[in-house]
Design a protein around this ligand. Structure first.
Ligand SMILES: NC(=O)c1ccc[n+]([C@@H]2O[C@H](COP(=O)([O-])OP(=O)(O)OC[C@H]3O[C@@H](n4cnc5c(N)ncnc54)[C@H](O)[C@@H]3O)[C@@H](O)[C@H]2O)c1
Length: 361
């Protein structure tokens, strides 16, 4: 992910975001090959280190994007914040609830530091269109919400194990820790945190080859389906949150569907430029429409509206939102959708922890 952010930074000219110009002046990785990649590809980089402290203590660094395995989140994020550096961290923002609480306490002690979690899918034009529909209160009464994030490469039992399949590095949440904030970001932004839920977790492939080809335990949950109820403000509706590493044929499909009595909207990155939408009046025809949105991004880009938007565009947009908030403050951003907050990560940990308890009880 560090390389992805470096690429987004190199593409800054792509968007209309003259309020800031990020420059990568230093990078850190314990892996020599990764360090060499940054040295070769990021000409602005003046320092390359294998020790995070070199960045954390450096006076010329204003902020750090930290994308490391989950067991390192709490120690590194807390050090970065306490050193007075702005932080764009990665989800799940701590390997478990305790780690998350440590990070959030550090963030709350430094309100002068902008602390946000990466979560880029809400910046797809279709996701933004869903958000706008929800903001316009165009939905009528909400009937149900479904958000999913689906991968499939783990269907191959011969795919070698990596840190994301080991509890020690990825955490007990398994696929939820990896993918959960991605599906919860928009629901949580609208206050939809299921307080009551049931969860189904499955570990489908229980062994995988290691780098030498020996079969070793693959401990983490592959798939999770959380079914909850959203209650309050005179409404009650079901929400389904699915995170799957083994969803046959799905390659990084991020989806959201919100059905309402007046409007239903659905978007999937599988068809990146198309929003499905159904407006309804009593007794009227029920016909879903397919609206091509093209490249209608939160931050205007040089790409013409007729072209497709993709994963790397969503990261660039998210990066712009982070810097927009840093420069202007949350209330004066040039567009209103800000990155996931520490409090939203706290809510995501509550949901994932409840799901674990529910599935294991
Ligand atoms: N936003 C997204 O779409 C997205 C996608 C994938 C991963 N992630 C998140 O990004 C984070 C990293 O995941 P990844 O897929 O990039 O993992 P990765 O394994 O590809 O990269 C992690 C890097 O961290 C380095 N590293 C490990 N320990 C270190 C240490 N002590 N100091 C410095 N560097 C160290 C590794 O050498 C490696 O290069 C995780 O939190 C993951 O959940 C986010």
């Amino acid at each position: 992910m560090g390389k992805e952010l470096a690429s987004a930074t190199a593409r800054w000219l792509h968007i209309d975001a003259a309020f800031a110009r990020p420059e990568i002046v230093a990078i850190c990785d314990i892996d020599e090959t990764a360090r060499q990649w940054f040295q070769t590809h990021v000409p602005t980089c003046k320092m390359v280190s294998d020790n995070p402290e070199d960045l954390i203590s450096h006076n010329d660094i204003d902020g750090i994007y930290c994308a490391v395995p989950h067991h390192l989140h709490a120690d590194l994020y807390v050090r970065i914040i306490q050193a007075g550096k702005h932080l764009l961290g990665e989800k799940p923002f701590g390997i478990d609830q305790d780690a998350n609480a440590r990070i959030v306490a550090a963030a709350e002690a430094r309100p002068d530091i902008l602390v946000r979690s990466s979560s880029e899918f809400p910046f797809y034009p279709g996701a933004q269109a869903v958000i706008h529909s929800l903001e316009e209160a165009a939905m009528g009464q909400i009937i149900s919400v479904r958000a999913r994030f689906l991968h499939s490469s783990d269907l191959d039992p011969n795919k070698p194990i990596n840190w994301k399949r080991l509890v020690k590095f990825n955490g007990q949440y398994g696929c939820m820790g990896d993918l959960g904030l991605h599906v919860m970001h928009i629901p949580l932004r609208f206050g939809w945190e299921p307080k009551r839920l049931v969860a189904q977790l499955s570990n489908i492939v229980s062994e995988r080859p290691d780098s030498q080809g020996h079969l070793v335990p693959c401990e983490t949950w592959d798939n999770a389906s959380i079914h909850g109820i959203i209650e309050g403000h005179g409404c009650s509706f079901p929400i389904t949150l699915e995170t799957k590493r083994i969803a046959p044929g799905e390659m990084n499909s991020w989806e959201i569907e919100v059905d309402g009595t007046r409007r239903s909207v659905a978007y999937s990155t599988k068809n990146p430029k198309t929003l499905r939408i159904m407006d309804y009046e009593d007794g009227g025809v029920q016909d879903w429409k397919h609206r091509d949105l093209g490249y209608s991004s939160a931050y205007k880009a040089i790409t013409a509206g007729i072209f497709e938007f993709g994963f790397s565009d969503s990261l660039l947009q998210m990066w712009a939102a982070y810097l927009d908030e840093l420069v202007h403050g949350r209330d004066k951003m040039t567009q209103p959708f800000h990155c996931a907050t520490p409090q939203e990560t706290v809510a995501s940990h509550r949901v994932m922890s409840k799901a674990l308890q529910n599935a294991l009880s």
